[in-house]
Design a protein around this ligand. Sequence first.
Ligand SMILES: [Zn+2]
Length: 448
Amino acid sequence: MRRLIFFLLILALAGYLPVLWLRSTGTVLTLREEVKVIGVATPIGVVAVNPHGVREFRAVLEQGGQAHTLFLRNEPGVRWNLFRKQENPRSYEFEAGTRKTPGLRNGRASLRLEAISNDLRARTDSLALEVEVNTRPPAISVDEGQHYITLGGSEVVAFSVSGYWTEAGVRVGKYRFRSFAREDQLPGPGRERAARRICLFAYPYDTPEGEVPVIYARNPAGAEVTARFWHKLFRKQFRMREILVSEAFLNKVLQELDRGGTGEPVARFIKVNSDLRKQNHQTLAELRLQTADRPLWSGPFLQLANSSVEAQFCDYRRYFYHGQSIDEQVHLGFDLAVTANTPVAAANDGKVIHAAPLGIYGNTIVVDHGLALQSIYAHLSRMQVKPGDAVKKGQIIGRSGSTGMAGGDHLHFSMQVDGVPVNPIEWWDSHWIQDRVLSNLRYKPEKH
Ligand SMILES: [Zn+2]
């Protein structure tokens, strides 16, 4: 044992100097985000990992035999790592594109990243990537349809995008609605991206007067082009409603949604009614990403059978407690009542994407119908489906109830387009579906 230790000691002493001289570690270069296309000013982020640090980092774009240096960073050289320490990863942010390198032409190019390790051997590591320089903005051509759009309602528009683009859809003020490939041109082998697009969009209930919907497309450089389409907008006057908050209702709400909370009951109720409501709306809006890229539904949506309408979409509500106005909210669905524990059917074919308690909405089921159209069933006493289940129009998915912020047994039914609440009344109407949606969804051959 002692001989072994002695032997190791000799070996360590003898080996130490050459190790110092020769020790060098490679640099691992990684892009923060994939780079395929370089536009006018494309941001590029690179992380370089080397335990000895990086003496020099360089990014070069080569095209047509010319090398353009995009970025160069030097650090003071270290030759002797007598007190070796682990260096932190280096992070480099720079811009590639025609703004800083006017000599670039649209077409193929090669991006080379190079790092030299900060030690005696100064080892060079590099990473080369094939990229495309493309500064052409996308071009939009719009269908010839006429679009009648009501405040709080939905509409479909078809259009084509050419050129290089990464995002296209409809913009209404602060809202953006994604587009999808038309059914006749779903992405398939050898076809990366269909240029014919379809966009289901909302004219959101809170859109200020004068705001018009436009089609937009963006290229990878972030440049956006927009196109107008023929439309007629209809403003709509929503109803005002007074909600009398009884002692019993207030207690029920706090019991269920603010159990263990402290403070003044009315203040707690208001917090639930505004803060929790906002949170719940955020959760619903985020479900928009869980959608099929083709319509799963057909024909009009079902309204709860034999129900009486207790509240409508966009009822403007003022809450009164002991004669005092305490809060104001907008009701973003329909309240439909029959009797307690009434069977609730899926309004149309689709896939369940949520079935769980959701704050003020109690037990809530959300069904995706594709193209970012979704239906929502709230305050349920029972849920008979789970996320991932495929459902058919008319299939019983649960029972009505009064879970969450509900005074009595009813179904709160609402719909959303790309996360924005829309008036379900249109989707219940077979004529509207036929004229405004199905006729636009179907492929129409282009005129030549
Ligand atoms: Zn409701």
